[in-house]
Design a binder for this molecule. Structure first.
Ligand SMILES: [Zn+2]
Length: 352
């Protein structure tokens, strides 16, 4: 669609010469890519590979969000992070932004250390051409799917565990959505997770690369693209394309019942996959003021074993646990997977 001449546009940045010579992309596809705005939810394993690929490809704007901080056990599969990020327990979105900026290039990179929910997704996704899934949980994916179907925004699902995974590009009005394939969340504990089954970087890289391939095709304006669901395993080498028919009784794209997007934020505690940690959100709705880290640090000083006021976050060691408070009022309670204990520590030390 774009390759009437093999000549490379003289206006093209020489950085992208080999990419533009790839005929299906061509100068016109590259130009579209460089004006595109993409929201990437999650900047860890899949998100790290996706972010790096899009920045190296020269996407116009990349909006990163991630709710977690870097830890040592991330390093075997989360390609943007280094030991120093784990030592500092840097917020992943900010560490990723820093690593991506070092690559250089024309991409504008925005970073948000937030937990995505219905109340903030609409603002973060406003005006984007594509949403990419770098998350680790189905609830957030159902929320993204609702938003995408409701607004007609394409998105690319990716799921990885152990040595394999699944990719589904969702183009509204052009095939199945995530809830055509998985209408309801599975019962808790019924599926393997990276917590129970582990995960290896070759699987992460393969799944994220399939997602990124679909992303470049969508962003370059290829209207012939027909999305297909792909399953692969890098240990056995097996790869297959699966039928994913659009279902008329699909809750999202069939009945247009956007229960995840329209539901008031549950603000339930979240036990993080693969982490000895629980996330606690404040019970008030969005729009609350940023916590006063300096005042809070002074209040915690006599109570905590250690307090650090780090500007982008406040960290306190208390009762054998580490509390990390973010500007949006969320806290990560590390050192427990018990929701009641995490909630109690939050209320005792960070609650008003
Ligand atoms: Zn559907």
């Amino acid at each position: 669609m774009t390759t009437e001449s093999p000549e490379i546009s003289t206006t093209t940045d020489p950085r992208f010469d080999r990419q533009v010579r790839f005929a299906p992309l061509g100068p016109a596809g590259q130009e579209r890519l460089q004006t595109a705005r993409v929201l990437l939810v999650g900047s860890g394993a899949l998100g790290g590979v996706l972010a790096q690929t899009l920045v190296r490809a020269g996407v116009g704007t990349l909006v990163l969000c991630d709710r977690d901080v870097v830890e040592l056990s991330n390093l075997p599969r989360q390609v943007l992070f280094e030991e120093r990020h784990a030592q500092a327990q840097s917020p992943k979105a900010l560490a990723a932004q820093e690593a991506l900026a070092r690559i250089g290039g024309p991409t504008t990179i925005e970073a948000h250390a937030v937990h995505i929910e219905a109340t903030n997704l609409t603002g973060l996704a406003e005006g984007v051409d594509l949403i990419l899934d770098g998350t680790d949980n189905l609830t957030t994916r159902y929320l993204i799917n609702d938003y995408a179907i409701k607004t007609g925004t394409p998105w690319v699902y990716g799921g990885v565990v152990s040595s394999g995974g699944l990719v589904l590009p969702v183009i509204p009005e052009k095939g199945a959505c995530l809830r055509c394939v998985f209408p309801d969340p599975p019962p808790p504990g019924s599926l393997p997770t990276c917590d129970s089954a582990g995960v290896i970087l070759p699987a992460v890289g393969a799944i994220a690369s399939l997602q990124a391939g679909a992303a470049l095709r969508i962003l370059s304006g290829d209207t012939d693209f027909m999305p297909r669901m792909t399953q692969l395993d890098v240990w056995s080498g097996a790869m297959l394309t699966l039928e994913a028919p659009k279902r008329e009784d699909c809750p999202a794209c069939g009945r247009r019942n956007f229960e995840y997007l329209d539901a008031p934020a549950a603000r339930e505690p979240v036990v993080f996959c693969g982490r000895n940690a629980v996330q606690i959100s404040p019970q008030t709705s969005s729009g609350q003021p940023r916590p006063d880290f300096v005042a809070l640090a002074a209040r915690l000083e006599p109570l905590a074993d250690e307090v650090q006021e780090l500007g982008v976050m406040l960290r306190a060691k208390v009762e054998g646990a580490t509390l990390t408070l973010f500007p949006d009022g969320r806290a990560l309670v590390e050192g427990t997977t018990e929701i009641d204990r995490a909630r109690a520590l939050y209320d005792r030390y960070l609650g008003s």
